[in-house]
Write a protein that binds this ligand. Sequence first.
Ligand SMILES: NC(=O)c1ccc[n+]([C@@H]2O[C@H](COP(=O)([O-])OP(=O)(O)OC[C@H]3O[C@@H](n4cnc5c(N)ncnc54)[C@H](OP(=O)(O)O)[C@@H]3O)[C@@H](O)[C@H]2O)c1
Length: 399
Amino acid sequence: MAESARIANVKQIAILGSTGSIGTSTLDICRRYPERYRVVALAAGRNLDLLLQQCAEWRPAVVSVADEQLADELAQRLRKADVTGIEIAHGSAGTVRVATLPQVDFVVSAIVGVAGLEATYAAVCAGKAVGLANKEAMVAAGELITAAARANHVALLPIDSEHNAIHQCMRGGTPAEVKQIWLTASGGPFRNTPLADFDGITPAQALKHPTWVMGQRITVDSATMLNKGLEIIEACRLFDLPPDKVRVTVHPQSTIHSLVEYVDGSILAQLSVTDMRLPILYALAYPERVPSELTFDLAALSHLDFQQPDFQRFPCLRLAYEAARAGGAHCIALNAADEVAVDAFLRGEMPFTGIARTIERVLELTPSRTPADIAEVLLIDRACRETATQVAADTPVSH
Ligand SMILES: NC(=O)c1ccc[n+]([C@@H]2O[C@H](COP(=O)([O-])OP(=O)(O)OC[C@H]3O[C@@H](n4cnc5c(N)ncnc54)[C@H](OP(=O)(O)O)[C@@H]3O)[C@@H](O)[C@H]2O)c1
């Protein structure tokens, strides 16, 4: 292909959460495929050191940080480093600016938590293709996001490895031919820990995931299996399935990333390395597949184990199914209560088992309600956080 034609096909990328685990993996993919992807906008939170390096390397048109003070500091440091010509924005308006920049073709949504919601929704409404890692946005407002995607003919491409695997396996049949889907779960670090020891689990233990290296919140969520719960809701919304058609199987090797079972009895699975760069590359390249070095050594594969999830040891899984069936405000409450409880656990202010107890209590206290728009989602989210903060304050640190 002539160089000029190739340049014309370069996708212009915006990354929300560029300083995080998914954000840096996305940049690594862009670095490896400069003929395909060009980074034009970045949004981060508070990590100015890394963001400064990213600005120097990628020279984006716009960059956004969490607040005005950080924006001023970044401006000063960029001037000192002689990195010029970058528009600096901040706050939720800043992330929305990054997500909706006219020249952007593809937005990678990888801010952690509900903080990524407004910009993800804005990207879809602006007609951008979205690579979706920020599962909390789908949990809190999945129905609104998928409706906007349909209305704007926008592709929502899952980056979460399980949903990415389902997306790939769904290419093997029609939606009506799907009997059910199976999300695989590693089971986290406490799969075999006796229930009696759960109260004594420390943040350092919870932050050691057996198969994946990820940000702090998702790592703790994997240890409680609330992460799988959020993924159940995300899958219902992305693939338009009821909760009872979204099943979970514990697969400690994390080799199969998920499976689709069809009505004729065939089950399609997706296997690959445990490296998030592969689902990111799939999302960026879709509907194409591009060659990569992320190969999987099939010969080294000795066995694949599958177990039923233990709902007693991991009550968050039961709570997530309950929230998925209730929908609306209960899904928002599940996520908001978890964000508050995980923060308290990481600060040493709540025992590990307090996370599920906090979520359960907040779900009980949340009235049923279906939000009509994103503003209402954020209103419910704020109310649930206040409730969760009160519940967390009443939860003793140890027993
Ligand atoms: N990591 C994985 O393997 C993985 C897999 C599947 C799905 N996911 C999902 O992907 C999302 C990101 O996960 P992660 O592991 O990459 O998290 P992470 O490493 O903790 O990174 C989070 C990113 O969000 C940014 N951020 C936080 N609050 C912000 C705010 N108010 N405004 C703007 N940016 C903000 C952070 O910026 P600073 O660091 O600069 O503050 C950072 O860039 C989560 O929703 C997670 O569930 C992750």
